[in-house]
Design a protein around this ligand. Structure first.
Ligand SMILES: [Zn+2]
Length: 185
């Protein structure tokens, strides 16, 4: 897996891009949580669930189906928010789906473990991208708190942090451009 920090950073970036207004910051946090959520399966891994099984690490919880379920549940929960603070349901659903699905995309760019079962439960095959620059993060917190963890974070800073920063800057420039365009009409 990539570390929870990398997943959360990408989720929050997607939140800021799709719901940019500052009043929507709780949805940036929700997107960050959704992006880290699929690794709940590491609990099962510690309890002995075989890695390559349906419920194993990077199995069903990392699938596009799981992302759709998380998006549907999250969008329903979002309906309790005050109408003035609530984004359009379709946009919230899209954000939560993309944030949760982004988890598998990052994992498929890592250097270790088994691939990601994107199409589980229908197709249990595990996939990696041909280009895998992100150093895989250890599952154990103890192993993460050492030199290995630092190497993982350095690799994620380059391959996740910088692209997120660039996306945020591009989003900001695009919104400025839109504002100038509508002011000149
Ligand atoms: Zn994962």
């Amino acid at each position: 897996m990539a570390s929870a920090f990398a997943h959360a950073a990408l989720g929050a970036t997607l939140g800021k891009l799709l719901l940019p207004h500052p009043r929507h910051w709780p949805y940036w946090v929700a997107a960050a949580l959704c992006a880290a959520l699929p690794d709940v399966d590491s609990v099962g891994y510690r309890l002995g669930v075989p890695y390559a099984s349906l419920w194993g690490h990077r199995g069903l919880t990392h699938s596009l189906l799981a992302a759709a379920v998380v998006a549907a549940v999250g969008t329903l929960l979002g309906q309790v928010a005050h109408p003035a603070r609530r984004p359009a349901a379709a946009r919230l659903a899209l954000l939560l789906f993309l944030a949760t699905a982004s988890h598998g995309l990052l994992d498929a760019l890592t250097t270790g473990g088994l691939g990601v079962a994107f199409f589980s439960p229908w197709h249990p095959e595990r996939y990696f991208f041909p280009f895998r620059p992100i150093k895989v993060s250890p599952l154990s917190i103890r192993a993460f708190l050492g030199a290995k963890g630092l190497r993982v974070l350095a690799s994620e800073a380059v391959w996740v942090g910088l692209p997120c920063l660039m996306l945020l800057l591009l989003g900001q420039r695009w919104r400025q451009h839109q504002r100038l365009g509508s002011a000149n009409k």
